[in-house]
Design a protein around this ligand. Structure first.
Ligand SMILES: Cc1cc2nc3c(=O)[nH]c(=O)nc-3n(C[C@H](O)[C@H](O)[C@H](O)COP(=O)(O)OP(=O)(O)OC[C@H]3O[C@@H](n4cnc5c(N)ncnc54)[C@H](O)[C@@H]3O)c2cc1C
Length: 401
């Protein structure tokens, strides 16, 4: 596309990727329209804790001039990690006083930081993009469904930052997300220090992961004094439904889960037993690790829309933010040169190469976590990686290995 005026840019989705891109375009005084289907910023519980990596998530925040504010809400001690099996036997411990440069942050705080860095009216809340249709000259019409009615707007560039079930992705590829083999129950214990001090001690300041028998209990301390535990199970795609359990009934959900983890250590089962009322079922999907598309004028993707993966390498949010940074550079450069299409194509080539690597790493981790004798193979693989990089501060090899 050879633009003669400032291009009209739409960003679909105010997740971490879409917000980061918006912040950087705002700093560069490039106008954009940001559509978000949620009615307002507090309409949904945002989920757990995320670790931001130096070379991606933190780099993006630095470029967005938000790194100092981020440091105020980040938790370096959140990097602590213990990995055990179903008996509670410790296979790996990293109590990381100096940190590996990957501090944790509550997702709600990260989103707040990004939202507060934009003008108050930057997000068009309650605007669900229903469909997108090509018009002339590489432009696209976006059809918006809002409480006030539906409307149509035309844009030179539509950025799909709209997550797993992107409305933009089908215009670039027929590939759909596939079931990852993992289903998840997202549970939480609030006020952990007073309510369940023994669980608080067990989980520590960071993450406490238990894996065995193709199942996991992944517990993480959050900054608000709660512990979030993902009960992860390698089961069929429709398992959550097939069990017949009403997952929104916390007592029924806990009773069923305790049977699923019947032969696990009692302290581990307490992560389920002590859970509060807000249990959320999640079916985890992913795109193929080599997912790619042929560049098309007027459209592009970032974040989960471009490379949906499971959380087993902790890369999703980091890549989404790095994409936001790299795409902002492409848009700024392409606008100056009046050749947005070539700049976006280059962004896509580089983004696909780096995301394929992380999608493969994520898939390898999933396979290692969900083995009968997990976490043995995962710890072995992790030790090999750490040996190449130099030993971690408090690595404890499994004495039974
Ligand atoms: C259980 C779980 C745990 C995770 N843990 C981690 C972790 O520890 N570390 C990590 O790096 N990643 C983790 N992830 C992955 C991480 O959440 C995602 O990779 C990240 O949120 C992707 O950001 P995004 O901006 O691309 O998309 P999203 O965060 O999905 O944001 C997309 C936005 O688009 C909006 N939207 C969607 N459709 C439309 C539409 N039609 N119109 C308008 N708006 C729309 C949505 O409402 C949403 O606000 C986890 C994921 C899950 C499920």
């Amino acid at each position: 596309m050879t633009t003669t005026t400032t291009p009209r840019i739409a960003i679909v989705g105010a997740g971490p990727g879409g917000l980061l891109l918006s912040r950087l375009l705002h700093l560069a005084s490039i106008p954009f329209t940001l559509y978000e289907r949620e009615p307002h910023r507090h309409s949904r519980e945002q989920g757990g804790s995320l670790d931001l990596h130096e070379e991606s998530g933190q780099l993006a925040l630095k470029e967005a001039q938000l790194i100092d504010e981020f440091r105020k809400i980040a938790r370096a001690e959140g990097e602590d990690m213990r990995v055990v099996d179903k008996t509670g036997h410790l296979h790996w411990e990293e109590v990381d006083t100096d940190g590996h440069g990957r501090p944790e942050v509550d997702r709600v705080l990260l989103r707040g930081l990004l939202l507060d860095s934009l003008p108050e009216d930057a997000v068009e809340w309650g605007c669900k993009v229903g469909s997108i249709t090509p018009t002339e000259g590489g432009k696209h019409d976006i059809h918006i469904e809002a409480a006030s009615g539906s409307e149509r707007e035309t844009f030179d560039l539509v950025v799909g930052a709209d997550g797993a079930w992107s409305k933009v992705r089908p215009l670039l590829s027929d590939t759909k997300p596939q079931y990852s083999t993992i289903s998840c129950l997202d549970t939480r214990i609030h006020s952990i220090d007073t309510k369940s001090p023994h669980i608080s001690r067990m989980v520590g300041q960071g993450s406490y992961f238990a894996f065995s028998d193709c199942k996991g209990l992944m517990a993480q301390r959050n900054g608000d004094g709660s512990v979030r535990t993902y009960a992860m199970l390698q089961v069929g795609e429709t398992w959550l439904k097939d069990t017949g359990v009403d997952w929104l009934d916390p007592e029924a959900a806990k009773e069923f889960l305790l049977k699923e983890y019947a032969d696990w250590d009692e302290c581990l089962k307490d992560l389920i037993r002590h859970a509060d009322s807000d249990i959320t079922p999640r079916v985890l999907y992913q795109l193929p690790t080599d997912f790619a598309w042929t560049s098309k004028q007027g459209l592009t993707l970032l974040g989960d829309a471009a490379h949906l993966m499971t959380p087993f390498a902790g890369e999703g949010v980091n890549l989404a933010m790095l994409d936001g940074l790299e795409l902002s550079k492409a848009i700024i450069h392409g606008t100056k040169l009046r050749d947005l299409t070539s700049a976006v194509r280059k962004y896509e080539e580089e983004m696909m190469a780096r995301s394929h690597e992380k999608m493969e790493e994520t898939w390898r981790n999933l396979e290692l976590f969900f083995q009968k004798d997990a976490p043995r193979e995962f710890v072995k693989a992790f030790e090999e990686i750490m040996a190449q990089r130099g030993p971690p501060p408090n690595a404890m090899p499994d004495p039974q290995a």
